[in-house]
Design a protein around this ligand. Structure first.
Ligand code: ATP
Length: 217
């Protein structure tokens, strides 16, 4: 059975950088699906800007037409702080034999050592790191060691094993970030073509970011 890709994020809002990355990884790694997991209360962020249900709604709207893309809102439904390791452990219990691939941008990967029980992640899933503009793969420190111990260039490994491999994959570089998008919207500019039209509509209708004007990002 083909692997399940797990793409977590605050998605505040989801944008074309996320979507193109997920699409290329879905195609090139022959994933059965890409499951978008919007975070509940992420441990690394002080505050979010759009409510969790609205972030989920934007993800749903963004992926509605794409076969193989699904939303999983379990972290939003969970109360309290949500950790990726808990989500992965839960998914591993649901899919004991299945290959699971945690999809990360390079910036997220570089922050991995600050994640709760991060060394357990590779016991539960593979990690696929998509190159993001301006970031290079670490060669030293704990992540450099992880690359040496678990790195593989073969996508086949992601299909034949359920977990434990680290795969770095170049994707088309789209220099879009949610932080910059929110700033652009607060400045009264139009996010057209940076987010799908359906997401743009939700942002315009709800004014979910314009209301944050004056707050520090
Ligand atoms: P923020 O600017 O608020 O940090 P973000 O744009 O990085 O937001 P997140 O929801 O935090 O979005 O990111 C979710 C995942 O998507 C992370 O793994 C991140 O590395 C990845 N990602 C974010 N933007 C891009 C992009 N432009 N291209 C590829 N991957 C991206």
């Amino acid at each position: 059975m083909r692997p399940i890709g797990l793409f977590g994020g605050t998605f505040d809002p989801i944008h074309c950088g996320h979507l193109r990355t997920a699409f290329e990884l879905w195609q090139e790694l022959e994933l059965a699906e890409v499951r978008f997991l919007p975070t509940g209360s992420p441990p690394h962020r002080d505050h979010l800007y759009a409510s969790a249900p609205l972030r989920v709604r934007m993800v749903e709207a963004a992926i509605a037409d794409q076969p193989g893309f699904v939303v999983d809102d379990r972290e939003v439904r969970r109360t309290g702080v949500s950790y990726s390791v808990d989500t992965l452990a839960e998914l591993r219990r649901e899919y004991p034999q299945r290959s699971l691939c945690l999809l990360l941008g390079m910036d997220a990967f570089l922050g991995l050592p600050s994640w709760h029980r991060w060394r357990e992640l590779l016991g539960l899933a593979h990690i696929v790191v998509a190159h993001r503009p301006g970031w290079s793969a670490p060669t030293r420190g704990p992540l450099g060691e992880l690359m040496v111990d678990h790195g593989t260039g073969a996508t086949r490994d992601l299909h034949t094993r359920p977990a434990g491999c680290l795969h770095v994959r170049p994707v088309t570089q789209l220099e879009i970030s949610s932080t910059e998008l929110r700033a652009l919207i607060v400045a009264g500019r139009d996010p057209r073509y940076l987010v799908p039209d359906a997401v743009r509509q939700i942002i315009l209708e709800t004014r979910c970011y314009a209301a944050e004007q004056g707050r520090q990002p």
